[in-house]
Design a binder for this molecule. Structure first.
Ligand SMILES: [Cu+2]
Length: 118
């Protein structure tokens, strides 16, 4: 269905202002800083992820192994299974400055890492 452009009205103007105000508090969709994390040979690469504190972060985890892995972090309160060869987005934060450890639940002995918010 073709979109028709509505005539400008005071109501529409108020809506625009409200949207701009909201945007100031919550960054636009897709505007989060993106951090890449790889799972390879049952290890995370890199093992230390430095991220800005006080912001929502998009972690893009790429499991390059031929087995599934579960990204798990108690301090970040996140848990996500990533199938073999797949990529998954995990949103974290906004975080207070500090260290937040994570691990691969299926390979805890080797798959370890830490998010450092600063
Ligand atoms: Cu788990």
């Amino acid at each position: 269905m073709p979109l028709t452009r509505p005539a400008k009205s005071p109501v529409r103007l108020v809506c625009s202002v409200a949207i701009v105000t909201l945007a100031a508090f919550a960054p636009a969709f897709g505007a989060e800083p993106e951090v890449a994390l790889i799972i390879k040979n049952h290890r995370f690469e890199p093992t230390e992820l430095k991220v800005p504190a006080g912001q929502r972060i998009k972690l893009v985890v790429h499991n390059q192994d031929s087995t599934p892995e579960e990204f798990e972090s108690h301090s970040l309160n996140r848990e996500k299974v990533i199938p073999a060869g797949a990529k998954a987005a995990i949103y974290i934060g906004p975080l207070k400055p500090g260290r937040y450890s994570f691990f691969g639940e299926y390979n805890e002995a080797t798959a370890k890492g830490v998010v450092i918010a600063e």
